[in-house]
Design a binder for this molecule. Structure first.
Ligand code: SF4
Ligand code: SF4
Length: 204
């Protein structure tokens, strides 16, 4: 890589990091790498980067390592990291902002993430409640993971952990329908607004 393309790449990385941190409301300098966030994170052990490492890579300008990682998509937004952080670094928001950035730029590290969200919102918009049976069936078919989680199905149904939208249907879902429709049309939600923006060269 020559000096010019190196400086272009650095500038692009800087722009991406600024966009993500501004969206999340996080100042990377607040983090002094104590690792308390990672110590409490319930998904860090199974992820490719710990929450502390996500911040570190961004501090070092290595956004490519973060945008290719599964950690932001595995984050369950539990807030343990934020509660433990002595500097109140809002890592849950940062993880969300990274996922949003990836969706906006068509580079989601976990391709199935946006698909899951799309089907979830589609159900919510049509019925006013989440239909887990429909969600699981459509997700498996549309992602090609036909038998994913099928083994645990009898146990989950037996324990009442899976609800069909028919079981808890809202009498009048119109308020939820309108709310979800607005959300999906808004930029940054991976919905129609984003696809329109990308089609107009708004993918940046
Ligand atoms: S707990 Fe806070 S200060 Fe410590 S590494 Fe995590 S984000 Fe940084
Ligand atoms: S909010 Fe996300 S990053 Fe923070 S502890 Fe929970 S799963 Fe881990």
């Amino acid at each position: 890589m020559d000096a010019c393309s190196e400086s272009d790449a650095r500038a692009q990385a800087g722009e991406a990091i600024a966009s993500i941190t501004e969206d999340a409301g996080v100042n990377l300098r607040d983090c002094y790498q104590c690792g308390k966030c990672s110590g409490g994170c319930p998904v860090a052990a199974g992820a490719d980067l710990t929450p502390r490492q996500v911040i570190r890579e961004l501090q070092l300008g290595r956004v490519d390592r973060v945008l290719g990682a599964r950690m932001p998509w595995l984050c369950v937004d539990c807030g343990v990291c934020l509660a433990r952080c002595p500097q109140s670094v809002d890592l849950p928001s940062l993880m969300e902002a990274i996922c949003r950035y990836e969706v906006d730029h068509g580079c989601a590290a976990v391709r199935e993430g946006p698909k899951f969200m799309d089907i979830f919102l589609d159900n919510l918009q049509r019925k006013g409640v989440s239909d887990e049976v429909n969600l699981a069936a459509r997700y498996n078919i549309e992602t090609g993971h036909l038998f994913q989680d099928v083994g645990g199905l009898p146990r989950m149904v037996g324990a009442g952990l899976i609800m069909s939208g028919g079981a808890h249907k809202l009498e009048d879902p119109s308020d939820v329908t309108r709310m979800v429709a607005r959300l999906r049309a808004a930029p940054g939600q991976g919905g129609a607004g984003d696809r329109e923006q990308q089609g107009n060269g708004g993918g940046r």
